[in-house]
Write a protein that binds this ligand. Structure first.
Ligand code: TRP
Ligand code: ZN
Length: 903
């Protein structure tokens, strides 16, 4: 995040092993908000594989007081931000290096390195924050044994935590005390953590399957203990899951989670001392929604699973980030699915994951920040903690699982064998994505994955979302069905030409009544099963099915078996068959989305006025009524199916976007669905409301989601009918709600339908929750994402910035108001008078002076500016130029803006 000097690109091909190894580190902290003193004693060793060279230690924003080599003073120089020692003893013998520095945690608003939040100390070292704590070889392939002594005022900082085991503690003079921690596992410095402050813990002792005892702790501020039960339950479930599913046990006596309200991301997997954004720890029924409960479970799982995939085996360099992130997202997605239980609840989770991938990652992959899952270069690594590394990376691992099966071995079993081999080979090492893929393939020599491995790895090296074009040809006479699969991929920055990917296509065939047809490919002796994985490796390939008795409806890319843009061009009749009958729940949902999308796109492409001619036809509305009233479908699935594709997703399908038009069309569709199904919504609202005590389980959460949606639709319909009954009911429901999910759904129904009662309800909501920071975030976010009419959202956002509860310094608060407006409310943001863009440029610049990582995320709101219709585009261009013209920009924001402006 340097402001001085020229930010240069780091390239993967330039990787060289470190010139020195650091075997042990002994750190002593004298904690003081304005001046913390850090004594760093290291034992180093030359890497004798390399020619003798100087030691170059990374450091940033440090005051250097002393350097000793083997106990004696030494000469050193500074080269930029690096501390260079040129005259270290030659030869392989260990070298003792002692470095004494100070830093200023109270002034650290970037929330990386050591910082103060609510009078407590926290650290965030990934990716390159450790260099803001002491001089070090700040790179993940240098793994050391850490001993940490923390000293501080006992009254102000009664709790002193670091990684590993507490080996000693006691009192010191002048009201101070100390704690000494030893981490039994070697680790890269990005996994170092310390926490000091007034915290309290929920504790739980557990026994592993092998009978060893562990202590689990969740630390929060006093007063928040009543919101830690769900996080603890999630942690216990995570420990049990990793043992059962992958045979990976907890390798520490003590495992700690600490929550902080000032945090740049979701959470961090520091060894034995995970640090979390409060948003992903604190929950009780009164303050957190079902979605919050679900997010907590998945992120607690994610960070815990990193203990093996990330910490025990870590990344050789940051280009390999997806080695740990893609794999760990895959693991947390599988965990959440297993926790959800029924096959239908699993499908719901899969649909939610795919929806995120397609709306956010596909957009990234089509924009100026597109990069491969294993990037070739970066300026600022923080910008590459991206949906591509995480979500697409997870899809790449999922495809490996799909392709790891062989005769008599399921993909899942093959993949588990691959994981076993991966740990046998690489435990304790810093490795690459190639090492991972090789282990999975080597453990399954008979699998498709082993056969195609070199080409499969194109998923790691090539950016961009492939298009999968399919065409089916039925020959009634020969009773054959020829399915042709073809692929292409558009150019991305730095990659003009693309080679074919390996695309696993799960599929089946239905007859027009919706029955599954047996599948027999030409050359096969007999039909077997109703589901296949076809593997496309060429630009185009045909698959011939024989003995197909009647014209089939193809169900393609079941469970979304590959992260591609499917262009199947199915007819409405085919889609309606799939929606009603497909055995694959994902494709049922997808058929409904496709039907809605096709209607939105034809209205937009025709330039039709949605106010004059209805966008939705009777066939679609009837199909949606059938879904809503269906006796067997789960509520959660119904809610997902009845939710129209988002404005962002619709926009991605267009070559040129007028956000106002997209908004108008989608609003018209929603209005129509609200009106046409009014009686059905009223039925659903009563039918699905949950009474009785709150439980966040998938079934009740699904019911709350559907009844909440019904209430919103009824309020939307009431706008036209001018009937006040439903808004009154919503207000009533808001007032008497027993939990945050129902309360927030009712409040949203009033806000979304722009009813006069919304104002009163919002005021009431604030009064009720004024001391609950995470709820106040919801209050800001809801207003910033409110539907725009006559351009009132921007002035209201500007006004909310003046609210006493607002501050740009707290990332959660900044995200709740500023990001919700700039990234989650397209029609309010893309104003025809460009005022939204001006607001964006002001906030990016303002935030950059406080916190470059957060500012760079906000900068991404303009990623897709080139797709905008001309009037918006030129205004967006000016706003980008305005930011680019600032001399004082962090490398984080500079990189995003430069790439956005590049041709
Ligand atoms: N490794 C963390 C995770 O995915 C991500 C993370 C947390 C992070 N805080 C960060 C990345 C700060 C960069 C900067 O679990
Ligand atoms: Zn992670």
């Amino acid at each position: 995040m340097y402001r001085e000097g020229q930010a240069t690109a780091i390239r993967r091909e330039d990787y060289t092993a470190p010139a020195f190894w650091i075997d042990t580190v002994d750190l002593t902290f004298d904690l003081d908000p304005a001046k913390t003193r850090v004594l760093n004693k290291m034992r180093l060793r030359r890497n004798t594989d390399l020619p003798t060279q100087a030691l170059r230690l990374d450091g940033e924003e440090l005051n250097l007081a002393r350097v000793l080599v083997n106990g004696a003073g030494t000469s050193f120089k500074m080269d930029g931000r690096q501390l260079v020692l040129e005259n270290l003893p030659e030869g392989p013998e260990p070298i003792e290096l002692e470095i004494f520095t100070t830093c200023n945690p109270a002034k650290n608003t970037s929330l990386t390195g050591l910082y103060v939040s609510n009078d407590s100390f926290f650290t965030q070292c990934e990716a390159e924050g450790f260099r803001r704590i002491t001089y070090f070889l700040d790179r993940p392939d240098v793994m050391a044994s850490f001993t940490v002594t923390l000293r501080g005022d006992k009254r102000k900082y009664p709790v002193l935590l670091s990684n590993g085991n507490l080996v000693e503690q006691g009192d010191l003079e002048e009201g101070r005390h100390f704690a000494k921690w030893v981490d039994p596992h070697k680790k890269p410095c990005y996994l170092f953590a310390l926490v000091a402050g007034q915290l309290v813990a929920r504790e739980q002792r557990i026994l592993s399957r092998t009978g060893t005892e562990h202590l689990l702790q969740v630390f929060v501020r006093p007063g928040d203990l009543d919101k830690t039960e769900h996080a603890m339950n999630s942690l216990m479930a995570s420990v049990a899951w990793d043992e059962t599913r992958f045979g990976l046990p907890l390798d520490l006596e003590r495992f700690m989670i600490v929550a902080t309200s000032d945090f740049n991301m979701g959470a961090m997997e520091n060894k034995g001392l995970n640090i979390f954004n409060t948003k992903l720890v604190l929950a009780n029924p009164a303050t957190a929604t079902d979605v919050d409960f679900g997010n907590i479970e998945s992120v607690v799982g994610h960070e815990y699973f990193h203990n093996w995939t990330g910490n025990r085996i870590t990344c050789r360099d940051w280009f390999q980030l997806s080695l740990k992130e893609g794999l760990t997202v895959f693991r947390d997605q599988e965990f959440s699915q297993d926790m959800a239980g029924s096959s239908s609840a699993r499908a719901v989770k899969r649909i939610e994951d795919v929806r995120l991938l397609r709306t956010v990652q596909f957009a990234e992959d089509a924009g100026p920040m597109a990069h491969p899952v294993r990037p070739d270069s970066y300026v600022e690594i923080n910008n590459f903690y991206s949906v591509t590394i995480y979500e697409k990376g997870s899809e790449v691992v999922r495809m490996m699982q799909t392709l790891a099966g062989s005769e008599g071995v399921s993909g899942r079993a093959g993949f588990a064998q691959g994981m076993k081999l991966y740990f046998e080979r690489h435990d304790g090492q810093a490795v690459t994505c190639d090492d991972f893929a090789q282990a999975i393939a080597d453990a399954n020599p008979q699998s498709e994955l082993a056969r195609v491995l070199p080409q499969f790895k194109v998923w790691y090296s090539q950016a961009g979302t492939p298009r999968l074009m399919t065409h089916g040809e039925y020959n009634a006479e020969a009773q054959t069905y020829t399915l042709t699969l073809a692929q292409s991929c558009l150019a991305t920055p730095g990659q003009p030409d693309k080679v074919p990917f390996v695309i696993p296509v799960n599929m089946g065939l239905l007859d027009t009544q919706g029955h599954a047809l047996p599948l027999q490919l030409r050359g096969e002796a007999q039909a077997s099963g109703h589901n296949r994985t076809l593997v496309l490796t060429q630009t185009s390939e045909s698959f011939v099915f024989v003995n197909v008795a009647s014209v089939p409806v193809p169900s393609l890319l079941r469970e979304f078996s590959a992260p591609v843009l499917l262009e199947a061009n199915l007819t409405d009749a085919e889609l309606l068959t799939l929606l009603a009958h497909d055995s694959d729940a994902f494709n049922r949902w997808e058929a409904g989305q496709r039907l809605a999308l096709n209607r939105a796109l034809s209205c937009i492409r025709a330039g039709a006025d949605p106010a004059l001619s209805p966008v939705l036809d009777e066939a679609y509305i009837t199909a949606m009524r059938e879904v809503l009233r269906h006796p067997d479908l789960d509520a959660a699935f119904k809610e997902l199916t009845l939710t129209l594709p988002s404005e962002g997703y619709i926009a991605e399908q267009l070559t040129e976007v007028d956000p106002q038009q997209v908004h108008a069309v989608r609003e018209a569709m929603r209005g129509q669905l609200a009106q046409a199904l009014q009686a059905d919504w009223a039925w659903a609202y009563e039918q699905y409301r949950v009474t009785g005590p709150y439980s966040p389980d998938a079934v009740s959460a699904g019911r709350r989601a559907l009844s909440g949606m019904a209430l919103a639709m009824l309020c939307v319909a009431a706008r036209t009918s001018k009937d006040g009954m439903w808004p009154d009911k919503a207000y009533q429901a808001f007032m008497v709600a027993h939990n945050m999910t129902d309360r927030f759904n009712a409040l949203s129904a009033l806000v979304v339908s722009r009813h006069a009662l919304a104002k009163e309800a919002l005021a009431k909501f604030h009064a009720l929750f004024k001391d609950e920071a995470l709820v106040i975030d919801k209050w800001f976010a809801l207003q910033a994402a409110a539907p725009d009419h006559g351009g009132q959202v921007l002035p209201s956002v500007r006004l909310l910035m003046q609210h006493p509860d607002f501050t740009l310094r707290n990332p959660n608060r900044a995200r709740s108001l500023i990001f919700s407006y700039c990234s989650a409310n397209p029609a309010a943001f893309h104003r025809t008078d460009a005022a939204g863009y001006v607001f964006w440029s002001e906030r990016v610049i303002e935030l950059d002076a406080i916190n470059p990582q957060v500012a760079a995320r906000l900068a991404r709101a303009m990623d897709r500016w080139r797709k905008l219709a001309p009037a918006y585009r030129s205004a967006a261009h000016m706003a980008l130029e305005r930011v680019a013209a600032k001399a004082e920009l962090s490398s984080d924001v500079r990189e995003v803006i430069t790439r956005a402006l590049a041709e």
